[in-house]
Design a protein around this ligand. Sequence first.
Ligand SMILES: C[S@@+](CC[C@H](N)C(=O)[O-])C[C@H]1O[C@@H](n2cnc3c(N)ncnc32)[C@H](O)[C@@H]1O
Length: 426
Amino acid sequence: MNVRALAAKALYAVLEQGISLSVALPEQQKKLTNGKDKGLLAELCYGVLRVLPQLDKRVSDCLNKPFKNKQRVLHQLLLVGCYQLYFTRIPEHAAISETAEACRQLKFDGLVKVINGVLRNIQRNKAELSTDNTVLEFNTPNWLIKRLQQAYPDTWQRIIEHCHQRPPMWLRNNQISQTREQYLQSLTDAGISASKGNSKDSILLEQATDVMQLPNFVQGAVSVQDAAAQWAAWLLEPKDNELILDACAAPGGKTCHILEQAPRAQVVAVDFDDKRLDRVNENLSRLNLSARTIHGDAANIDEWWHGDKFDRILLDAPCSATGVIRRHPDIKWLRQSKDIEELAKLQAQILDHCWQWLKPGGTLLYATCSILPEENCQQIAAFLARTSDAKLEGLEEQNNPDTIGWQITPGESNMDGFYYARLKKQ
Ligand SMILES: C[S@@+](CC[C@H](N)C(=O)[O-])C[C@H]1O[C@@H](n2cnc3c(N)ncnc32)[C@H](O)[C@@H]1O
């Protein structure tokens, strides 16, 4: 299979059909057997989505007539071609001929000449990519730029820059298997360079590595998890024998971390996405941990839980994921401004309901991978205003003690963007 044709198909799924890249990419990757080709396919898709407006403009300027309907996939193919010419070290003649061949594979034989012609035109005249307006300059939709400008008047540009950087690979040491020092030594022995992160289990790899190359990965020695997400279990402070609800648990990264810290805690991991819940079970089984996994709605706990109230609740709420754009650049194009208010409403609903299921004296940790105040500090401020038995606890890690909760912005200490607020029930 031609890698460029598969990239065009994955991008068509994201941009024309609104499918997330984490679904669309594996769908195409499974048609390839070679690891290098799979890597190139990912690089082409991620790359195009990072700089989409600039590529879009360059390609559209070279087309007499835009492609429509089923032929739209050829527009995506041209984006892939243009990306190779501007952003990769692939020899230009190879980039062009492979992309033209992809057109044939996509069964548009009659348009191979057009694809070839447009790409040759771009190659001959490799003008700087346009930065004529803020969308082109920042390769980010206008609505998101505006919201970021408002939330971060002094730093929004730097935040957007970080959203475009390639994310590092973080590991979480499984403290049941070995200490972090011991695992760092195993990595050194395996010739893998790594260093410690700020939270106790986190390890930063100098270079992304196939997990199968990591010592004892299959046996559960470590997991892949961004350092920002690793703060959840530390801030929740789970204890053995406590009854703990992980209210939006899939794929289970934080569920497993909670159990690594408190292996005898009774953890109930809930998610309303059945398929994603399977991933929780897979992760638990690799790490040899056990939790009760339930397919259910966190905004309707009464429906699936008839036991005691919980000592601790982790609410890793569904959110805009604007803090993890560096890992999922498709978010920029799949989300819309109106989603933010809808998500904030949903989060408030789940938060209010979970609160009813927390024991007096219990702790609820609210988390999102968003960097927008509507989903984070404003959400918690509104919750505190309407909930008389809730008290916000300060977090040591918080950079500004006056803010409501801890907002991590992308790139801070090499982490993803994330938000935490710890609430205690009176
Ligand atoms: C941010 S992800 C959770 C990530 C997870 N905590 C981890 O660390 O691996 C949010 C999850 O919430 C789930 N979700 C969204 N709305 C829900 C609801 N009302 N009840 C239960 N789960 C929900 C989604 O299916 C998704 O898996």
